[in-house]
Design a protein. Structure first.
Length: 138
């Protein structure tokens, strides 16, 4: 069995963004030369997420609104975590959206269902953050 590891780095312009990283993940899979196996894609920061969903702008707006209802950014004073930082909401949003995804690799491709894409979700951006891609297989 072979394994392959790669890191992607993102620095968003905004505090919160959703970025379709499917092309970068597929490129890493091609670099690995693994044809059958499993691919893990994981946010390496506790205020960011990796998730699978549809690449549709209305859905992304709905996700943003929903997350803001569940864990509003302001007032910052509502969170005990916000002492020297103001990112408690980002930690909660990450908990909701998840840390990582695992995707089957079949015939050298991401084995997705219809419309599935991989996204990086940033909830406390404007600084460099890493995403891990780990692929194992043959």
């Amino acid at each position: 069995m072979k394994s392959y590891r790669k890191e992607l780095v993102f620095q968003t312009k905004n505090r919160r963004e959703f970025i379709n990283i499917t092309p970068q993940v597929q490129a890493a899979l091609e670099e690995s030369q693994i044809k059958e196996g499993l691919l893990l894609c994981s946010a390496m920061h506790i205020t960011a997420s990796v998730f699978i969903n549809d690449d549709e702008s209305g859905l992304h707006q709905d996700l943003e609104a929903w997350l803001e209802e569940l864990a509003p950014e302001k007032p910052h004073s509502r969170y005990k975590h916000n002492t020297f930082e103001d990112n408690a909401d980002a930690h909660l949003k990450r908990s909701i959206m998840g840390r990582e995804v695992v995707v089957a690799v079949t015939d050298g491709k991401l084995d997705f269902g219809p419309w599935e894409q991989i996204f990086y979700g940033e909830f406390d951006g404007k600084r460099p953050k890493r995403v891990l891609i780990k692929i194992i297989g043959e």
